[in-house]
Design a protein around this ligand. Structure first.
Ligand SMILES: Nc1ncnc2c1ncn2[C@@H]1O[C@H](COP(=O)(O)OP(=O)(O)O)[C@@H](O)[C@H]1O
Ligand SMILES: [Mg+2]
Length: 253
Protein backbone atom coordinates (compact mmCIF):
# COMPACT_ATOMS: atom_id res chain seq x y z
CA UNK A 1 0.00 0.00 0.00
CA UNK A 2 1.19 3.51 -0.74
CA UNK A 3 0.99 6.42 1.71
CA UNK A 4 -0.51 8.68 -0.97
CA UNK A 5 -1.94 8.15 -4.43
CA UNK A 6 -3.11 11.24 -6.24
CA UNK A 7 -4.80 10.82 -9.61
CA UNK A 8 -5.79 13.57 -12.04
CA UNK A 9 -6.12 16.12 -9.27
CA UNK A 10 -7.28 19.59 -10.30
CA UNK A 11 -8.14 22.59 -8.18
CA UNK A 12 -9.66 25.85 -9.37
CA UNK A 13 -10.52 29.02 -7.48
CA UNK A 14 -13.37 30.58 -9.45
CA UNK A 15 -12.11 30.26 -13.04
CA UNK A 16 -8.43 30.23 -12.05
CA UNK A 17 -6.97 26.72 -12.28
CA UNK A 18 -4.24 26.43 -9.63
CA UNK A 19 -3.56 22.70 -10.02
CA UNK A 20 -4.11 20.89 -13.31
CA UNK A 21 -4.34 17.15 -13.72
CA UNK A 22 -1.71 16.20 -11.16
CA UNK A 23 -0.93 12.51 -10.51
CA UNK A 24 1.76 11.01 -8.27
CA UNK A 25 2.38 8.25 -5.74
CA UNK A 26 4.30 8.40 -2.45
CA UNK A 27 5.50 5.30 -0.60
CA UNK A 28 5.13 4.74 3.14
CA UNK A 29 8.01 6.31 5.08
CA UNK A 30 9.31 8.34 2.15
CA UNK A 31 10.31 11.98 2.49
CA UNK A 32 9.02 14.14 -0.37
CA UNK A 33 9.89 17.73 -1.17
CA UNK A 34 7.42 19.85 -3.12
CA UNK A 35 9.08 22.77 -4.84
CA UNK A 36 7.84 25.59 -7.02
CA UNK A 37 7.97 29.36 -7.11
CA UNK A 38 5.65 31.61 -5.09
CA UNK A 39 2.04 31.04 -6.04
CA UNK A 40 2.81 27.77 -7.85
CA UNK A 41 0.24 25.87 -5.79
CA UNK A 42 2.40 24.07 -3.20
CA UNK A 43 0.23 25.02 -0.21
CA UNK A 44 -2.93 24.32 -2.21
CA UNK A 45 -1.68 20.80 -2.95
CA UNK A 46 -0.94 20.15 0.74
CA UNK A 47 -4.36 21.51 1.72
CA UNK A 48 -6.07 19.21 -0.79
CA UNK A 49 -4.39 16.20 0.87
CA UNK A 50 -6.36 16.82 4.08
CA UNK A 51 -9.35 18.46 2.35
CA UNK A 52 -8.78 21.77 4.10
CA UNK A 53 -9.29 22.77 0.48
CA UNK A 54 -11.70 20.65 -1.57
CA UNK A 55 -10.19 19.54 -4.90
CA UNK A 56 -12.27 20.30 -8.00
CA UNK A 57 -11.52 16.96 -9.68
CA UNK A 58 -9.54 13.78 -9.28
CA UNK A 59 -8.99 11.23 -6.55
CA UNK A 60 -6.75 11.04 -3.48
CA UNK A 61 -6.04 7.83 -1.59
CA UNK A 62 -4.29 8.08 1.77
CA UNK A 63 -3.03 4.72 3.05
CA UNK A 64 -5.48 3.14 0.62
CA UNK A 65 -8.55 5.14 1.69
CA UNK A 66 -10.38 7.29 -0.89
CA UNK A 67 -10.50 10.40 1.30
CA UNK A 68 -12.57 12.51 -1.10
CA UNK A 69 -15.46 10.17 -0.33
CA UNK A 70 -15.11 10.55 3.43
CA UNK A 71 -17.87 12.13 5.49
CA UNK A 72 -17.24 14.20 8.62
CA UNK A 73 -16.40 11.42 11.10
CA UNK A 74 -13.98 9.53 8.85
CA UNK A 75 -12.45 12.81 7.71
CA UNK A 76 -11.82 13.88 11.31
CA UNK A 77 -10.18 10.52 12.12
CA UNK A 78 -8.03 10.75 9.00
CA UNK A 79 -6.93 14.29 9.91
CA UNK A 80 -6.09 13.26 13.45
CA UNK A 81 -3.52 10.80 12.10
CA UNK A 82 -1.77 13.47 10.02
CA UNK A 83 0.54 15.96 11.72
CA UNK A 84 0.76 19.45 10.26
CA UNK A 85 3.62 21.92 10.65
CA UNK A 86 3.54 25.44 9.22
CA UNK A 87 6.08 28.14 8.49
CA UNK A 88 4.69 30.04 11.48
CA UNK A 89 4.93 27.79 14.52
CA UNK A 90 1.77 29.24 16.13
CA UNK A 91 2.86 28.48 19.68
CA UNK A 92 0.93 30.26 22.44
CA UNK A 93 3.62 32.72 23.58
CA UNK A 94 2.80 33.11 27.26
CA UNK A 95 2.32 29.39 27.93
CA UNK A 96 5.09 26.95 28.74
CA UNK A 97 6.77 24.82 26.11
CA UNK A 98 5.27 21.70 27.73
CA UNK A 99 1.72 23.10 27.65
CA UNK A 100 2.12 24.01 24.01
CA UNK A 101 3.16 20.43 23.23
CA UNK A 102 0.26 19.02 25.27
CA UNK A 103 -2.11 21.00 23.02
CA UNK A 104 -1.05 18.67 20.19
CA UNK A 105 -2.97 15.87 21.88
CA UNK A 106 -6.31 17.59 21.38
CA UNK A 107 -6.53 16.51 17.75
CA UNK A 108 -6.36 12.87 18.84
CA UNK A 109 -9.50 13.08 20.93
CA UNK A 110 -11.90 11.90 18.29
CA UNK A 111 -14.94 12.43 20.40
CA UNK A 112 -14.33 16.00 21.44
CA UNK A 113 -17.80 16.96 20.25
CA UNK A 114 -19.34 14.23 22.43
CA UNK A 115 -17.11 14.93 25.42
CA UNK A 116 -16.17 18.61 25.15
CA UNK A 117 -14.48 18.66 28.54
CA UNK A 118 -11.94 16.05 27.46
CA UNK A 119 -10.58 18.61 25.00
CA UNK A 120 -10.71 21.54 27.34
CA UNK A 121 -8.88 19.63 30.07
CA UNK A 122 -5.80 19.54 27.86
CA UNK A 123 -5.63 23.31 27.63
CA UNK A 124 -3.95 23.47 31.05
CA UNK A 125 -0.70 21.67 31.63
CA UNK A 126 -1.58 21.35 35.34
CA UNK A 127 -4.82 19.52 34.70
CA UNK A 128 -3.49 17.31 31.87
CA UNK A 129 -3.24 13.66 32.83
CA UNK A 130 0.12 12.25 33.92
CA UNK A 131 0.03 10.05 30.83
CA UNK A 132 -0.35 13.06 28.53
CA UNK A 133 2.39 14.98 30.34
CA UNK A 134 4.73 12.02 30.06
CA UNK A 135 3.97 11.69 26.36
CA UNK A 136 4.62 15.42 25.85
CA UNK A 137 7.95 15.16 27.69
CA UNK A 138 8.90 12.23 25.44
CA UNK A 139 8.00 14.28 22.37
CA UNK A 140 10.19 17.11 23.69
CA UNK A 141 13.04 14.65 24.24
CA UNK A 142 12.74 13.59 20.61
CA UNK A 143 13.45 17.16 19.54
CA UNK A 144 16.11 17.54 22.29
CA UNK A 145 14.26 20.27 24.16
CA UNK A 146 13.04 18.54 27.33
CA UNK A 147 15.29 20.84 29.40
CA UNK A 148 13.18 23.82 28.29
CA UNK A 149 9.80 22.23 29.12
CA UNK A 150 8.79 24.77 31.74
CA UNK A 151 10.11 27.84 29.97
CA UNK A 152 7.65 30.23 28.33
CA UNK A 153 7.33 29.65 24.59
CA UNK A 154 8.11 33.31 23.82
CA UNK A 155 11.64 32.93 25.23
CA UNK A 156 12.67 30.45 22.51
CA UNK A 157 14.66 31.05 19.34
CA UNK A 158 12.99 30.52 15.97
CA UNK A 159 14.64 27.13 15.50
CA UNK A 160 13.67 25.98 19.01
CA UNK A 161 10.08 27.14 18.45
CA UNK A 162 9.84 25.12 15.26
CA UNK A 163 11.21 22.07 17.09
CA UNK A 164 8.46 22.53 19.70
CA UNK A 165 5.92 22.70 16.85
CA UNK A 166 7.31 19.38 15.59
CA UNK A 167 7.01 17.87 19.10
CA UNK A 168 3.41 19.13 19.21
CA UNK A 169 2.69 17.38 15.89
CA UNK A 170 4.27 14.16 17.24
CA UNK A 171 1.68 14.10 20.06
CA UNK A 172 -0.84 12.95 17.46
CA UNK A 173 1.31 9.87 16.81
CA UNK A 174 0.96 10.68 13.11
CA UNK A 175 1.70 8.25 10.32
CA UNK A 176 2.23 11.22 8.01
CA UNK A 177 3.40 14.81 8.50
CA UNK A 178 2.66 17.64 6.09
CA UNK A 179 4.98 20.60 6.56
CA UNK A 180 4.38 23.83 4.63
CA UNK A 181 7.68 25.69 4.32
CA UNK A 182 8.66 24.60 7.83
CA UNK A 183 12.01 26.38 7.86
CA UNK A 184 11.38 29.36 5.57
CA UNK A 185 11.56 31.89 8.44
CA UNK A 186 14.75 30.50 9.97
CA UNK A 187 18.35 31.51 9.41
CA UNK A 188 20.31 29.02 7.25
CA UNK A 189 22.01 27.25 10.19
CA UNK A 190 18.79 26.79 12.19
CA UNK A 191 16.95 25.82 8.99
CA UNK A 192 19.40 22.99 8.34
CA UNK A 193 19.27 21.82 11.96
CA UNK A 194 15.47 21.69 11.96
CA UNK A 195 15.22 19.96 8.57
CA UNK A 196 17.82 17.39 9.54
CA UNK A 197 16.09 16.66 12.86
CA UNK A 198 12.74 16.47 11.09
CA UNK A 199 14.08 14.07 8.47
CA UNK A 200 15.77 11.76 11.00
CA UNK A 201 12.71 11.67 13.26
CA UNK A 202 10.40 10.74 10.43
CA UNK A 203 12.79 8.07 9.12
CA UNK A 204 13.17 6.52 12.59
CA UNK A 205 9.43 6.40 13.15
CA UNK A 206 8.54 5.47 9.56
CA UNK A 207 6.45 8.64 9.27
CA UNK A 208 5.81 9.75 5.68
CA UNK A 209 7.03 13.35 5.39
CA UNK A 210 5.85 15.81 2.77
CA UNK A 211 7.33 19.26 2.95
CA UNK A 212 7.21 22.27 0.67
CA UNK A 213 10.20 24.47 0.17
CA UNK A 214 11.53 27.06 -2.20
CA UNK A 215 15.04 26.00 -1.25
CA UNK A 216 16.21 23.49 -3.82
CA UNK A 217 19.20 22.48 -1.70
CA UNK A 218 16.87 21.43 1.12
CA UNK A 219 14.65 19.61 -1.34
CA UNK A 220 17.62 17.62 -2.64
CA UNK A 221 19.08 16.92 0.77
CA UNK A 222 15.94 16.04 2.75
CA UNK A 223 13.60 14.80 0.04
CA UNK A 224 14.03 11.22 -1.20
CA UNK A 225 11.97 12.45 -4.12
CA UNK A 226 11.28 15.93 -5.40
CA UNK A 227 7.97 16.98 -6.87
CA UNK A 228 8.06 20.23 -8.82
CA UNK A 229 4.98 22.28 -9.71
CA UNK A 230 5.02 24.81 -12.52
CA UNK A 231 2.07 26.59 -14.16
CA UNK A 232 -0.27 24.38 -12.14
CA UNK A 233 1.17 21.19 -13.55
CA UNK A 234 3.41 18.58 -12.06
CA UNK A 235 6.54 19.38 -14.02
CA UNK A 236 8.80 16.75 -12.45
CA UNK A 237 8.58 13.95 -9.93
CA UNK A 238 11.96 12.36 -9.49
CA UNK A 239 14.41 10.82 -7.16
CA UNK A 240 16.49 13.61 -5.64
CA UNK A 241 19.64 12.08 -7.16
CA UNK A 242 18.30 12.71 -10.64
CA UNK A 243 20.44 14.95 -12.81
CA UNK A 244 17.29 16.57 -14.20
CA UNK A 245 16.27 17.74 -10.74
CA UNK A 246 19.73 19.05 -9.98
CA UNK A 247 19.78 21.21 -13.09
CA UNK A 248 16.54 22.85 -11.99
CA UNK A 249 18.26 24.70 -9.19
CA UNK A 250 18.37 28.07 -10.94
CA UNK A 251 14.77 27.89 -12.07
CA UNK A 252 13.21 27.19 -8.68
CA UNK A 253 15.52 29.07 -6.31
N1 LIG B 1 -8.53 30.67 -1.08
C1 LIG B 1 -8.07 31.11 -2.27
N2 LIG B 1 -8.87 31.79 -3.12
C2 LIG B 1 -8.42 32.21 -4.32
N3 LIG B 1 -7.17 32.01 -4.77
C3 LIG B 1 -6.31 31.35 -3.98
C4 LIG B 1 -6.70 30.86 -2.67
N4 LIG B 1 -5.64 30.23 -2.13
C5 LIG B 1 -4.63 30.34 -3.01
N5 LIG B 1 -5.01 30.99 -4.12
C6 LIG B 1 -4.19 31.26 -5.31
O1 LIG B 1 -3.69 30.03 -5.78
C7 LIG B 1 -2.35 30.15 -6.23
C8 LIG B 1 -1.49 29.15 -5.52
O2 LIG B 1 -1.37 29.52 -4.16
P1 LIG B 1 -0.54 28.67 -3.13
O3 LIG B 1 -1.00 27.27 -3.17
O4 LIG B 1 -0.62 29.36 -1.82
O5 LIG B 1 0.94 28.76 -3.74
P2 LIG B 1 2.36 28.48 -3.07
O6 LIG B 1 2.13 27.81 -1.75
O7 LIG B 1 3.09 27.62 -4.05
O8 LIG B 1 3.04 29.80 -2.93
C9 LIG B 1 -1.96 31.60 -6.01
O9 LIG B 1 -2.12 32.30 -7.22
C10 LIG B 1 -2.94 32.07 -4.97
O10 LIG B 1 -3.18 33.44 -5.11
MG1 LIG C 1 2.64 28.35 0.17
Amino acid sequence: MNAIEVNHLSKSYADFEVLRDISFTIGVGESIAIIGSNGAGKSTLLKCLTRITEPSQGSINIFGDPILKFRTGALRRMRSSIGVVFQKHNLVPRLSVLTNVIHGDIGRLHNVSKFPLAGIRNWGQISASNRTRKKAMEALEMVSLSHLALQRADTLSGGQSQRVAIARALMQEPNMILADEPVASLDPVAANEVMSLFYDLCKNKNITLIFTSHNVEHALEYGNKVLAIKNGRLSLFKDSNSIEIKTLQAEYD
